[in-house]
Design a binder for this molecule. Sequence first.
Ligand SMILES: Nc1ncnc2c1ncn2[C@@H]1O[C@H](COP(=O)(O)OP(=O)(O)OP(=O)(O)O)[C@@H](O)[C@H]1O
Ligand SMILES: [Mg+2]
Length: 245
Amino acid sequence: MIELLNVHKAFGRHKVLDGVSFQVPEGSSLVIMGPSGTGKSVLLKHIIGLLRPDQGDVIVEGRSVPSLTDRELRSLRRDMGYLFQHGALINWLSVFDNVALPLRETTRLSETEVRERVDQVLEMVQLLDHGKKLPSEISGGMQKRVGLARALVTQPRLILYDEPEAGLDPGMSISISNVIRELQAKLNMTSVVVTHSMTCARLTGDRLAVFDQGRFIAEGVPDEVFQSDHPRVRDFLGDSPALQT
Ligand SMILES: Nc1ncnc2c1ncn2[C@@H]1O[C@H](COP(=O)(O)OP(=O)(O)OP(=O)(O)O)[C@@H](O)[C@H]1O
Ligand SMILES: [Mg+2]
């Protein structure tokens, strides 16, 4: 379970989170959509403890994240996968070694077991034949999928995806969204997905929240939110939801 309680965050005089509260029950997924530059990535970083709230609390599996020690935070992060918005791959490691990294750092699996697990997730993201390449030798969309494989490889109970579909063509975006949905069901993962794609939102979200000007302005099951007549939700989604991807 992930819970935010009245979280406020400002950078200098720039207020980014203005009293955000929500709950993601165990095994369910919340999708967050909203205009660029408004604070969605900042919000995810609070859940994983990379940023601390100025006010309010972030509770993950019953623990208050802002008050964890560095050691406790490292242990929490072992249970949590994070797909960074901008890949964050290590340039000098191969695709295979990038994906293997969390296993080598946080588990005592043998090299054979590591290979099995890495190959399994590389297959899910359709990159099994590219394990030996360096990040600079593959496309941006492929790098995004390597980031996804790395976030999934430890089979975390909690997972945060920052724009998993960004930079992918429509077919690949659907296929990645399906991978996310299938894993949620199979492993009973609790997840938060930030996305700009309505298709990805529909496929991966049990619930959908629209974030704007520091707080959620609409929340519900995806189709309900897409039909919302809230003026800022309509402005953001456009007037023809059926035409959006
Ligand atoms: N560490 C930081 N220091 C200062 N300002 C920051 C920091 N991180 C984010 N911001 C600011 O917070 C605001 C929200 O940024 P954020 O990255 O969360 O946007 P976003 O909603 O994820 O946008 P996008 O959809 O484009 O990814 C931006 O104005 C950004 O400049
Ligand atoms: Mg972002």
